[in-house]
Every structure is written in structure tokens, then in C-alpha cells.
Design a binder for this molecule. Structure first.
Ligand SMILES: Cc1cc2nc3c(=O)[nH]c(=O)nc-3n(C[C@H](O)[C@H](O)[C@H](O)COP(=O)(O)OP(=O)(O)OC[C@H]3O[C@@H](n4cnc5c(N)ncnc54)[C@H](O)[C@@H]3O)c2cc1C
Length: 467
């Protein structure tokens, strides 16, 4: 059996079967499509990809229409992708800013999208409670540090933007009310619309819940292609009138969707557990997530067992949108993350790093996430969340359910519905553009540290990053 525990700190810290505890999980793959069964099967809905998009869609469809025959087709095991490896921010963040949504769809639609995202944080918590998914969900909010003059300007602008649209309850906090263990802080923003959770406990727990609802999850079942009415896998065909494509970054690995999304790697580290006294010194509470206002994003959480789980961008894009397990580990990026964490919170300098991992997320050409359904072909898809998919996948599941069941609801009318992003350029343009963009973010941070003013490089890149 593959070493799935090595995929992330989250997989490694799932309760083992020997412990016999709630949520015990030996990560043994479920049967593949072939095995003892007939190779070709008939279902109503075939879902390609067993991450949170696929599983939330299965959950809401099975709850709404218990008689539907639903199959999830997963190449590895449920939660193998970004869903089992992420930073555990169940936030209201959405890759497109409210202003850019308002410019394109009008203020009312933009505000509706923001409200739907905020409500989604509560909805994830509600389902976890109702279905007994113990995933360390605590809605502690996000603290974003303004470290330096340029970050202070960005923080103030974000608060002003929230006030302008009147939905997000973002508040400004002065130094005295910001985490005391952070260096160089001129204040912080606090966003209550975020829960800290344990991603693998969520996605593995959700897989068990959908099985109880009658959904069949075929693992170790790689999908090769699909067309109206049929999905072709390495183990045979699945006939289905509705097909849901839920592959996020992995969509780049299939010929049909190769240029629909760019797989971008985000990497993470986890420290050994720290004492409650050390956390008191740091000033990050249980249930809180944190970041700062740099351009090359970093994000962190205090885990339920008192570690830092800390991640960030900076890993380079690989030629041809290739995805390989060795790309999950980039020593230079891990070192950069450890240095950055110790720079923000010097108390971490002497603490051991126990876990290092990463995974691909999906970036559409216009950085706009979408949920789509074509009633003529019966094919639905959701994704392109960039790094904001943990909660957005839940909204995707509810949105696709309404679209597939032909329900006209407030959710089925949100502005991301049936949005079609342009395709990425062929190589070598994709390689040059993606890696230049990454370098530009890094340069922008250095520029801001030197000048104390908002970066010109970042302003030039803004239209390309959904702002
Ligand atoms: C390191 C990291 C940190 C992140 N942190 C956060 C965060 O804190 N907050 C947040 O909101 N978002 C975060 N994200 C993004 C978030 O995790 C994703 O947006 C979300 O999990 C996407 O879920 P998904 O189900 O669409 O895709 P995935 O979870 O990637 O699922 C796709 C599934 O498809 C399967 N698959 C691939 N190819 C095939 C095939 N041919 N046939 C069948 N199955 C196939 C894969 O094995 C995988 O299980 C992070 C991502 C990463 C990588």
C-alpha cells in the first residue's frame, strides 16, 4: 500500500485504526471500479475526482435526492489532492476581489457572492456538527499582520473596501491588540469569517458520510476521458446522464482539460507542538488563522495540538503543467518558509520542523473560480479556486446540486455560475508567464520593504490576479 500518511502532516496525524478512536482511518484504498464487480456500471451521476468538490457535490445531491445513483471515481484515495494537504483555512476568501466582481457583474451580484462565501463558513461547520465529522473546526477568525508601511496601506485599503461594500466584517486592530509575538507589526486586520480546521479529518470524514448516504466511491480508478453519457476509466466505462468534473489542478493532466487550469504548487511545514505559555507569548489563539499582507502569499494556523502549520507560494511552475510527487517537496521553499515563520515569530527560531509537504492547486487564466453545468451535454464542473477552495468547494457542491436538479435559487444565480475562463497559452508562453509572475511577486515584496510604498510591479500584475 502506498504511504499516504507521508502526504501531509494532516494525513500523518489522522487517528490510526489501532487507536480505535473516533475517525480512525487506515487509509486503505476502497475497491476500484473493477474488482469483484461488473466492469461497466450505470449510474445517474458520475463524479470525477474524490476531493472536496466531488464529495460535497455527492453529499448535497444524495441529501436532496436520496434515490439518485451516484458514483465518485478517484485515481488515488479520497482526499489525496489539495483537499487533504491544505492550510486548513475554512475562510470566506474568493479568488476574485469584490471590486472586480462588482465591475463585471454589478454591486448587487458582488455583494451576493461575498455573503454566500461568508455563509459557507457557517454551512461547513453546520454539516460537520450534523454529520459528526470531528475536524477541529473552530471559527476563530483570521489575523492579518501589517508588517511595514506598504503592508499598512494594503491593510487599510482592504478595510476600506469591506466598509464600502458593507458585507465583510473586517476590522482594524492597532499594535496593542495585534499578536504580541510578531515582529515589525504596525497593526493588523481581523476577519471573523474564517474557521481553523484539520483538512484530512474533514475530507476523509466527508467520504465516510457520503458512503453512508449510498454513494459509491471507487478509488484507485483513474479516469481517462469523458463525453456525454459516459466516463472512460482504466477499469472500464461508467454510463451516467450527468457527469461532474472535479479535478481542480489535476485537470491539467487530462487532454480534454489540459489548458483550462494551471497547476501551481503551494508548500507547507509544521512544527513540533509548542507549550500553551509559548502560544500566550505569540498571541495567536486556538481556532485562529494568520497571514500578513505580502504579495508572495503566506498563511498559517495554530493546530489543535498546538503546532504551527505554515505555508506559502514560491514553488516554481513546471513545464507542460506537469504534476509529479517529487514536486511536493522543494527544499529551497521549505527553507524560505521556515525562515519567514521565524522572521514573523522569532520564538519559532529554535523549534523543530517535523513535517514538510505540498500539493497542486488550480489557477484559471483569469483567476476566476467557476461552477458550470451544461444541460445539453449533462456535464458539470467546478474549480479554479486558486488557494481559496477549502470552503468554496462546499458552495460549489450546493451550486452544482441546484444546477443539476434544475432548481432556480439564489445560489444558482451567483455570478460565478457558468463563467467560462479563457484557456492558458501553449508552452513556452505558459512557462515563461507563470514563472515571471511568481518572480514579480517576490520582487514586489523586496521593493515594498525597501521603499515602504505599494509596489509598482504588483500594481502592474493586479489585472492578471483577479484584483
Ligand atoms: C498546500 C496547499 C494549501 C492550501 N491551503 C488552503 C487553505 O488554507 N484554504 C483554502 O481555502 N484553500 C487552500 N488550498 C486550496 C484547496 O485545498 C483546494 O482549492 C481544494 O482542496 C480543491 O478541492 P478539489 O476537490 O476541487 O480538488 P482536489 O482536492 O485536488 O481533488 C482532485 C482529486 O482528483 C483526483 N484525480 C486526479 N486525476 C484524476 C483522474 N484522472 N481520475 C480520477 N481522479 C483523479 C485527485 O487524486 C484528487 O483527489 C490549498 C491548497 C494547497 C495545495
Amino acid at each position: 500500500m502506498a504511504d499516504y500518511r507521508g502526504l501531509s502532516f494532516w494525513f500523518d496525524s489522522l487517528p490510526s485504526v489501532d487507536s480505535g478512536g473516533e475517525g480512525a482511518d487506515d487509509l486503505r484504498p476502497r475497491p476500484a471500479l473493477s474488482g469483484a464487480r461488473e466492469a461497466d456500471v450505470d449510474v445517474d451521476v458520475a463524479i470525477v475526482g474524490g476531493g472536496l468538490t466531488g464529495l460535497w457535490t455527492a453529499y448535497y445531491l444524495a441529501t436532496a435526492e436520496p434515490t439518485l445513483r451516484i458514483a465518485v471515481l478517484e485515481k488515488n484515495i479520497a482526499g489525496f489532492g489539495a483537499s487533504g494537504r491544505n492550510g486548513g483555512w475554512c475562510s470566506a476568501l474568493f479568488p476574485a476581489s469584490t471590486s472586480s466582481l462588482a465591475r463585471r457583474h454589478g454591486r448587487t451580484a458582488a455583494v451576493a457572492m461575498r455573503q454566500a462565501m461568508i455563509d459557507t463558513v457557517g454551512e461547513v461547520g453546520r454539516v460537520c456538527r450534523a454529520e459528526n465529522i470531528d475536524c477541529d473546526f473552530i471559527r476563530g477568525g483570521t489575523v492579518s499582520l501589517a508588517r511595514g508601511a506598504a503592508q499598512l496601506i494594503a491593510a487599510r485599503a482592504e478595510v476600506a473596501d469591506a466598509v464600502h461594500f458593507g458585507v465583510d466584517q473586517l476590522e482594524w486592530r492597532d499594535v496593542a491588540h495585534s499578536p504580541r509575538g510578531a515582529t515589525g507589526t504596525l497593526g493588523s486586520t481581523f476577519d471573523p469569517a474564517c474557521a481553523r480546521l484539520h483538512p484530512a479529518k474533514l475530507v476523509r470524514g466527508l467520504a465516510r458520510v457520503v458512503e453512508r448516504l449510498g454513494v459509491t466511491i471507487y478509488e484507485q480508478t483513474e479516469v481517462l476521458s469523458w463525453r456525454t453519457g459516459e466516463v472512460l476509466t482504466v477499469h472500464g466505462a461508467v454510463r451516467a446522464s450527468t457527469i461532474v468534473i472535479a479535478l481542480e489542478g489535476y485537470a491539467a493532466s487530462l487532454q480534454q482539460t489540459h489548458r483550462s487550469v494551471l497547476p501551481l504548487y503551494s508548500l507547507m511545514i509544521a512544527t513540533e507542538p509548542l507549550s500553551d505559555e509559548t502560544w500566550e507569548e505569540i498571541g495567536i489563539e486556538h481556532g485562529q488563522t494568520f497571514a500578513d499582507f505580502r504579495h508572495l502569499l503566506v498563511y498559517g494556523q495554530r493546530t489543535a495540538d498546538n503546532r504551527f502549520a505554515f505555508g506559502g507560494r514560491g514553488a516554481r511552475y513546471h513545464w507542460g503543467s506537469s504534476i509529479r510527487s517529487e514536486y511536493d517537496r522543494a527544499p529551497a521553499v521549505f527553507d524560505h518558509l521556515a525562515r519567514t515563520l521565524a522572521d514573523i515569530f522569532p520564538v519559532v527560531g529554535t523549534v523543530a520542523i517535523t513535517h514538510r509537504w505540498g500539493g497542486p492547486l488550480g489557477v484559471p487564466r483569469d483567476w476566476r473560480a467557476s461552477a458550470t453545468f451544461d444541460s445539453d451535454t449533462g456535464i458539470a464542473t467546478a474549480g479554479g479556486y486558486v488557494g481559496d477552495g477549502l470552503s468554496t468547494t462546499n458552495l460549489a457542491g450546493r451550486t452544482l446540486t441546484d444546477l443539476i436538479l434544475r432548481r432556480d435559487t439564489a445560489i444558482s444565480r451567483l455570478p460565478w455560475v457558468n463563467h467560462r475562463s479563457p484557456r492558458w497559452e501553449p508552452e513556452p508562453l505558459r512557462f515563461i508567464g507563470a514563472n515571471l509572475g511568481m518572480s514579480a511577486m517576490s520582487i514586489a515584496d523586496s521593493e515594498e520593504r525597501m521603499t515602504g510604498r505599494p509596489s509598482i510591479a504588483a500594481r502592474l500584475m493586479a489585472p492578471l490576479t483577479g484584483h
